[in-house]
Design a protein around this ligand. Structure first.
Ligand SMILES: NC(=O)c1ccc[n+]([C@@H]2O[C@H](COP(=O)([O-])OP(=O)(O)OC[C@H]3O[C@@H](n4cnc5c(N)ncnc54)[C@H](OP(=O)(O)O)[C@@H]3O)[C@@H](O)[C@H]2O)c1
Length: 202
């Protein structure tokens, strides 16, 4: 699959590593296309601008800091109808809407799926064979076809996709991220921490 990634930070490069290993074609987009070319070459991807990532990808993956997300999305064209996997956490923004609801508004008709926001980047950077446990990745979104694409890409990173419902549930998935961040950083449990959901009774 052709995947365009917006942002060359910890999450963007981690996902790029795993997806190039899985055989996908990637274009890693940056505000600085020259920087992207160097980073992309390290993971076997192409580099370019954010707009080139959107034009290239059948699936677009947004990995910007929350504070830069609105400006980034409003600068882009051609997102309508494409699957947009967004990984953000809107932790300190007091607006009542979730990050995903706002992103759906700013991305002009993209099929938005929230995923990966609950997983620390170092876990994504760790090759699946070196991980000590399996990780569940909740995804929310209102488009079944987009969630099916996202589920496959979550599996290709070595995680279990968990369909956590529609966009309205983004609030719960953001709260889950806030909790894991509080445990990892606030309580000193570190960024190797994640979770699985288990069925305890039939
Ligand atoms: N780190 C984690 O463990 C983690 C876990 C789950 C979710 N998240 C979320 O995933 C998103 C990406 O996190 P990250 O840790 O990958 O962030 P990061 O390392 O800071 O990378 C973010 C990338 O976004 C791009 N960007 C665009 N506008 C920017 C601006 N004004 N300032 C800084 N960078 C800007 C940059 O790429 P270019 O310079 O190439 O444009 C940058 O490398 C965030 O929304 C974060 O909340 C992070």
């Amino acid at each position: 699959m052709k995947i365009g990634i917006i942002g060359t930070g910890r999450i963007g490069t981690g996902l790029a590593k795993r997806w190039t290993e899985a055989g996908h074609s990637l274009l890693l987009g940056s505000r600085d296309a020259g920087k992207a070319a160097g980073i992309a070459a390290e993971v076997g991807a192409q580099g370019g601008t954010y707009q080139q990532a959107v034009d290239f990808g059948e699936v677009i993956v947004l990995t910007t800091p929350w504070e830069a997300t609105e400006e980034t999305l409003r600068s882009l064209t051609g997102l309508a109808g494409k699957t947009l996997i967004e990984t953000t956490n809107k932790l300190r923004d007091p607006r009542p809407e979730t990050s995903t609801e706002l992103i759906a508004r700013w991305s002009n008709g993209a099929k938005v799926v929230k995923a990966f926001n609950t997983v620390f980047a170092p876990i994504i950077h760790t090759p699946p064979a070196e991980r000590l446990a399996q990780v569940d990745v909740p995804m929310v979104g209102d488009h079944a076809d987009a969630k099916a694409l996202a589920a496959g890409l979550i599996r290709d990173v070595g995680f279990n996709p968990l369909d956590a419902g529609g966009l309205a549930n983004a609030r719960h998935v953001e709260n889950l991220a806030a909790f894991i961040i509080a445990l990892g950083y606030g309580e000193g449990l570190g960024t190797g921490l994640s979770y699985q959901f288990v069925r305890v009774t039939p």
